[in-house]
Structures are given as C-alpha cells and as structure tokens.
Design a protein around this ligand. Structure first.
Ligand SMILES: [Mg+2]
Length: 258
C-alpha cells in the first residue's frame, strides 16, 4: 500500500524515536561547509552513478500506471520564468527522504498528519520534517528558482507540501506523472523542464531519480528519523556558492575536486 503513495517507506518506520532527542534549532551546529559536499561525493561521485544511455523517444513516452501515454514530447514541464526568478539557477528538490519522511505507522511526534484517500478509504499519513528544513527552504527560495519534483503521488505530496512550504518557496510542483518510468524507476528528466541544463541543479536522496543527468546532482543522504541530522544545514553554504555559478557543471566539478 505504501509504495503506491509514497516512493519509499522503510522498515525503520516502526522505530521512530520521540522528539525529545531533537537538537535545538535555536543553536544550530556549525555547518561543515564544503566538506560535506566533498564527503558526499566521496561515497557518491557522479561517475559512480550507473550510467544510462540518453533516453530514447520510447523511454520518454512510457506507459503510465494506468496504461496511458505520459507526455507529449516538446512540451516543457515548467512555466516561463517569472520576473522575480530571472537569472536564477533552477533547483529541483525532492520531497521524501530529502525534506521529510512519511509513514502510515502512527507516531506521536509527527509534524503533520495528512489524510489521504486510497480506494475509498481515508488513511492518515504521519510526516516528520527533516531537521533544519524550514531554514533550508527559506534560504533556497531566496537564492534559486525552486521546483518541488517528487515521484510520489500528488494526492499525498501536494497537501504535505502545502504544510511544509509555508513561505511558498516552490514556484512549481511536479509529481509522479511528470517522471519518466525507466527500467523500473521514476526518473526526473531534467531536459524536459524547459530550462538550460547548465542552469539546473537537482537535490535528491535517490541517484536513480537523476540517472539521466548525474552531473547536475547534489546528492543528499536519505533521511528517515535522525533528529540529529544536519545535512540540510550543511548544504546551505554549498548552495550559496552554486547560486553564483554561470555554469553549474563547472562549479560542481570544482566542488567535487579533491
Ligand atoms: Mg526521495
């Protein structure tokens, strides 16, 4: 049941800790700055991501779950850039295990409880926010044109994002139907966004999501329930630097260099 709504629900769901161990947000830990980026690329460098040939027209037009054809080629997933975002790099941000973790398992410390109807029955989805997600989104909204892109279904992800994105940082929200179903995975094909590829970044815990464009990726460790996690806080200085890039490929290459 879970996988039909949320992209991943892990066995750890049954062991979510209480919020008593949460770190104080009033005294954030010092960011590890660029080191975290390098550390992340040590365990997940772009070249380690399984390479896939450029998607053929056939893979760009996969049958969806309901058997219909996905998208008309040539159309962009994003609307035109708004005046406030002119000149900004576009950052595609994942939801599950990047910004939040959700579960059908009742937990006492959920940040949100979202009712989702599945086949006529309403289920409660318990959502935990990743530590520092509010600070992260606020700053990202100042620096970039931010797009939420999730392989989850809109009927779950849209209400969660309504609750999460209080500052309305996300200019556009893209859901499962905007993904390309490729070799058993929902892939976020950045070439369909309607933005220059060298001006797009993707932040996602799942390398399969960006298998067509690993060179645009800022990897992030999957998050489930670690209340001491500081990944989002640590990534902010990296994104500050990336926001000033003319070409994200050059800047990411520089940041990945040992
Ligand atoms: Mg994810």
């Amino acid at each position: 049941m879970e996988s039909s709504i949320i992209t991943q629900v892990q066995k750890e769901d049954t062991h979510l800790p209480s919020k008593t161990g949460q770190v104080s947000k009033s005294s954030p830990k010092k960011p590890r700055s660029r080191n975290i980026f390098k550390a992340l690329f040590c365990c997940l460098r772009a070249q380690d991501v399984p390479q896939s040939p450029p998607p053929s027209q056939d893979t760009l037009l996969p049958p969806e779950d309901n058997g219909t054809i996905a998208k008309i080629p040539g159309t962009s997933l994003l609307p035109e850039v708004t005046p406030q975002d002119q000149g900004k790099i576009c950052v595609v941000i994942d939801l599950d295990e990047t910004l939040v973790h959700s579960s059908f398992k009742p937990i006492s410390n959920a940040d949100f409880i979202v009712p989702v109807e599945i086949e006529g029955t309403t289920h409660q989805v318990y959502v935990l926010k990743r530590p520092y997600v509010d600070e992260f989104l606020q700053r990202m909204g100042e620096l970039f044109e931010c797009v939420l892109f999730t392989a989850s279904l809109a009927k779950y992800a849209d209400p969660v994002t309504d609750l999460l994105d209080q500052c309305e940082v996300f200019r556009t929200r893209l859901f499962r139907e905007s993904c390309v179903f490729h070799q058993g995975c929902y892939v976020k094909d950045l070439s369909r966004l309607g933005r220059q590829l060298n001006r797009i970044l993707i932040l996602d815990n799942s390398p399969a999501s960006y298998i067509f464009h690993p060179e645009n990726a800022v990897p992030v460790v999957s998050w489930f329930d670690d209340l001491e996690d500081t990944e989002l806080l640590n990534l902010l200085p990296v994104f500050e630097e990336l926001s000033e890039a003319d070409d994200v490929y050059a800047k990411l290459k520089q940041l990945r260099a040992p």
